[in-house]
Design a protein around this ligand. Sequence first.
Ligand SMILES: *Cc1c(COP(=O)(O)O)cnc(C)c1O
Length: 388
Amino acid sequence: MNTIEQTNAHIMQTYGRSDVVLDNGTGATIHDAGGKTFIDFGSGIGTASLGYCNQAWADAVCEQVRKIQHTSNLFYHEPQAKLAEKLCAMTGYEKMFFGNSGAEANECAIKLARKYSFDKYGKGRATIITLVNSFHGRTIATLSATGQDVFHNYFFPFVGDFRYAKANDIADLHEKLDDTVCAIMIEYVQGEGGVMALEQGFVDEIRRICDEKDILMIADEVQTGIGRTGKLLAGEHYGVQADVTTCAKGIGGGLPIGVCLANKKCADVLVKGTHGSTFGGNPVVCAGAVKVLEILDTPGVMEDIAKKAEWIRAELAKCSEVEAVTGLGFMIGITLKTKKAPDVLKACLDQGLLVLTAKDRVRLLPPLTITQAELEEGTKILKEVLEA
Ligand SMILES: *Cc1c(COP(=O)(O)O)cnc(C)c1O
């Protein structure tokens, strides 16, 4: 059996995969097992943030693998400490918890918010408001947090006390608020929900309400975080710091990690015995993540990401088939006039370009370090497909 047959025979069929067996790559260029070359505008759903096999990242990971590949969180190790210190310095957050995925980072945020409220106010303040069309993960609690009916099937009962407010609708948000609410959880740019950025006034109102009522503002920056939007955190575009921010996807540079960051107000809510993860903060993953942050912290790098993002956004906006270009920075949604997103994905694949979709949009999450040459090559293919 070949790889596709083996996969389909033995792995639960939970994904809509393209018939491509990816084998090796460098930067934003990746090759399949048959030697066909693709420009990758998806970077493994925003995970390979430095592209494939970035030399400095690969060296840091390989060096750590040869020292200790893992130890438990019952001991200390340098890569975890270094990553935490660097992340606090770069984001202004006070403390963090390491897990292995976006869903786990959000689980941590949900637990933290409920305990923050319980510690101060006792029972009866467990409600978390999230947004319609949000996406927060695939565990039972994060599915419950996800404000999309399509995800609320089969697995009943879901976790209670989540309420969904309409994005950018301040009146609806106020309607959902009462004395039982302990947190409001948002994505600044809804990713899986269709690459839609929140409006400034809506974000400001959430921040205001949270301060006024001692409710925690949770920003799910699993997709928007760590340079994706041309800022380290997307909250910077809004001039807002959430009380709790979760990151995952791009921070590991392609290795599994989830982080729940807490500001001073709630940094010490989760204490000994209240949360944990066997693999969370793994030394190899942390060594790679430190390299990701060091590279993003190099002068000019973030500006370069923002500039490249502006370039492709302007190019796409000129395209006759493009109705609108949504999102922020290198988190790009393309609203199509006549074509269907899955057809565009398939045609791009044939022409040597990997793209993603989100709802009825084409979605792009290029590696942050993509070269201008790779960006232009991929954009040329995409425009040809869109205008065909
Ligand atoms: C991808 C994503 C998640 C889930 O992350 P996993 O690593 O798949 O658990 C959660 N929230 C947002 C906003 C995401 O984009």
